[in-house]
Design a protein around this ligand. Structure first.
Ligand code: EPU
Length: 420
């Protein structure tokens, strides 16, 4: 079993280059199911969720060729419908994109119920509601989701009851080759929705409004292959920004789109960190005390839920009472027990965590990565305290952070993987 071992408490310095965005990569890779032609996808992060997505495509009949680090050639011409293997689908939440993409290409889809991080109930009712509005009959039986249309998807209006990233992308996928026009209202606005729409438009789709809460999709009969580069990962960038602030470090975080980081930058500045923006980089440092603050996570452009554990860790290092209010998931605070092993004083009441910050009380410990972003928070905590920390269940971290060990070693961190 692999663990991450950290000797923390040292300031870091240098540059970290951010990889392609996980949540855009998984959507765009699975959207390839709809393309009858050859695509080259670039700036793919080398993480296990990308490997699982490629394995799903390959098992369905796509030809995959790795042409350079971060670049793959995908030919989905010979993909067969309803052929995504259960054991792969169950490994990753984003496998639900097979549903929308297969509906678009074949008018039917069968997919096992997807896996992923556990934040409590993770319904897919909005995905199903959208598919049904577009003419599909959807049933969930025996841990499988089955969606069937009589003769293909038909465009219509979909008003989403909940702002959902996955449902917005999935309905968009299903609608791309529909007969007629689809309008998604109350759509999510995350940058990876825009990236997926840009990829599909480059393939010949007609999508407008991605990035706003109304997306219009005019159906087209076919999609052609393209070469497309994934945008940088704002959550990976945000994680390293918080790391700089938590370790009294100066880090240049490059290959980013600073606009995507606005909500994170604002909260770091409120806590007392300095953030210098350039065209495609941010430099973060702090020299003084951190100020306690309140953060509420919201859909984009609000503060991202996927930065909740990392930010909460930083709050433990600010003297005084901070609050983290989770506005997206109903059970995002499972990591709090792990931070408490490291000396944190945190009370959780439903979706609010009250953090009684005291940097002097934080110490190294043996902890678990209970999910992907929780694991990143443990790395931040471990590097922030003058002590030894070991983190178990690091496969969660490897799902979403390309070469986290190498990137951190390069800026001076004492961090390594140990096999026990
Ligand atoms: N929801 C519903 N019904 C649905 C779908 C969602 O009620 O049909 C609710 C959820 O229960 C949640 C809220 O809507 O309370 C938002 O969920 P959303 O659908 O937006 O989440 P997701 O698409 O399943 C993506 C990311 C997550 C990230 C969330 C929120 C991917 C593959 N995953 O999940 O990323 O937390 O959006 O921003 O894009 C991560 O990268 O670590 C991660 C978990």
């Amino acid at each position: 079993m692999d663990k991450i071992a950290i000797n923390g408490g040292k300031p870091l310095s240098g540059e970290i280059v951010v990889s392609g965005m996980k949540n855009a990569a998984v959507a765009i890779l699975l959207a390839n199911i709809m393309v009858e032609g050859e695509c080259i996808i670039e700036n793919l992060p080398n993480i296990s969720d990308v490997t699982i997505s490629l394995d799903i495509l390959s098992a369905m009949g796509a030809k995959i060729e790795h042409i350079a680090p971060g670049s793959v050639r995908i030919d989905s011409t010979d993909i067969l419908p309803c052929s995504a293997p259960d054991e792969l689908v169950k490994k990753m939440r984003a496998s639900y994109y097979v549903l929308g993409a297969e509906l678009a290409r074949f008018g039917r889809s069968t997919v096992a119920c997807p896996g992923g991080c556990d934040f409590g109930v993770r319904p897919i009712d909005q995905h199903i509601k959208g598919f049904e509005a577009l003419g599909a009959t959807v049933s969930v039986t025996d841990n499988h989701i089955v969606a069937v249309t009589a003769s293909g998807v038909i465009g219509d209006s979909v008003f989403m009851d909940v702002v959902s990233v996955g449902a917005t992308i999935n309905i968009m996928l299903a609608a791309v080759k529909a007969k007629g026009v689809t309008v998604i209202e109350n759509a999510a606005r995350e940058p990876h929705i825009v990236d997926t729409a840009n990829f599909l438009n480059a393939c010949g789709a007609k999508i407008s409004g991605a990035g706003t809460d109304v997306i219009k999709i005019t159906g087209v009969p076919t999609l052609h292959g393209v070469t497309y580069a994934i945008i940088p990962d704002m959550i990976e960038a945000g994680t390293y920004m918080v790391l700089a602030a938590s370790t009294y470090s100066k880090l240049k975080i490059s290959n980013v789109i600073p606009k995507h980081l606005d909500s994170i930058t604002a909260k770091l500045v409120e806590m007392g960190a300095e953030v210098l923006e350039d065209d495609d980089s941010v430099t973060v440092y702090r020299s003084g005390e951190l100020t306690p603050i309140t953060v509420k996570t919201r859909p984009y452009p609000g503060f991202p839920t996927d930065m909740n554990p990392q930010m909460c860790t930083l709050m433990c290092l600010a003297n005084g009472k901070s609050r983290m209010i989770e506005g997206v998931w109903d059970n995002r605070f499972r990591y709090v027990e792990e931070l408490k092993r490291m000396g944190a004083d945190i009370d959780v009441d439903d979706t609010t965590a009250t953090i009684n910050g005291n940097p002097g009380k934080m110490k190294g410990a043996n902890v678990r990565a209970v999910d992907l972003r929780a694991g990143a928070a443990m790395v931040i905590a471990g590097l922030s305290v003058k002590d030894h920390t070991e983190i178990e269940d690091i496969f969660h971290i490897q799902r979403g952070y390309e070469d986290i060990i190498g990137k951190l070693q390069a800026v001076g961190a004492d961090i390594k993987i140990i096999t026990t």
